[in-house]
Design a protein around this ligand. Sequence first.
Ligand SMILES: NC(=O)CC[C@H](N)C(=O)O
Length: 428
Amino acid sequence: MRSPILDYLDGIIAGTDHVDSGALADYIPELAAADPDRVAVALCTVNGTVYASGDTDDRFSIQSMSKPFAYALAIEDRGLEDVLERVGVEPSGEAFNELSLDPETGKPRNPMINAGAIATHALVKRDDAAAVDRILALFSDLAQRPVGIDEALAASELATGDRNLGLAYLLHASDQLGHDPAAAVEGYIRQCSASVTVRDLALMAATLANGGVQPNSGLRLFSRRNTRHVLSVMASCGMYDAAGDWLTSVGIPAKSGVAGGIIGVLPGQVGVAVFSPRLDAHGNSARGVVMMEKLSEDLGLHLMEAGRPARSSLRETRTVAVEGVPATVYVLQGDMVLSSIEALTHELIGNPPPTDLVVFDMSRVDEVLPVARRTSAAMAAKLIDAGHRIILVDPEETVPGFQDSQGRAVERWSVDRFEQGLTSRGSV
Ligand SMILES: NC(=O)CC[C@H](N)C(=O)O
């Protein structure tokens, strides 16, 4: 049976057939020779399942979509502080190839424009492998197949790469490169010439969505924190001088490339990739932007959408006898995040437990964020101070043991002991 998700992606292609605005990038002769009518879309969930439609196996150059991954690698290599000293994180509001550095700091404004990406490329450590080989190895780990370079394209861009050379000399002159400018540009252009499909890109984006772990191999390629950092920079700078428009209409971190690809990432859920070579005035795929807008609308991708109200983590409150002692049982559920722990403390304060014995049944709780751990520990200490005896039924040990100021602790009971101790039930 064909997945309805694939049917849906077919519809994205068919429904944007009329969008033929824009033009091929022609400052790289090889790109000007591309077939403008090729089109593809793919998505990959954090479970690693890829769905793709259109020219799904057509290869094209990754171009600037390589930038966030090379940036992530440089940060993994050198640490964030070091990289931030050389490349900023402020949106530039300028074109991707603008010949300028931040006049105040002398640094490239961000790693998504060419100046910052050339500086970033030069920051990738090159112990025994050249930086570009390490970057290709990373792309291969991300896409789970050997990713190579389109040599004809690389040669074509190198022959016309004066603007990028100009940027590299500018960086060198302000002491921001630490490398031979021509070598840095050659490496950067080769990085941009890696040849990929929308499937590859969806897997790469899904790794960012999955906090830095490739969803199929389980390989951790970037730390969670570095992944969050890279996604933040993509959100503010990934679409160049169209970043504001993009964030309001599509609403996810993204990166485009001049060959016509765009990747987008919804953290925790999905990576998406689209491909169509005609570019708008910002250098972003014109049909790609329309496809992304539709995907965002239909799939509910916009990060700023409030979504359903956060559910209370309090499933029910019961008054029962536990080992013959009257007790109030709070049955908690789901993920305990700021809004759910707030709702629980609000309930406990507004409606204090009527019995001395209080049981928190945490057996249906999935994840407890640090804010909920801290707040529940503080709340338990207050309840003990107020004279309550507290039992935690917390088989997964989702919350730490806590004590009040005099060292009086909560009791931890197993689910079995709790169930055997329930001698009568009733609702309040
Ligand atoms: N926006 C892009 O994709 C630009 C990448 C291209 N290799 C360049 O440096 O001009």
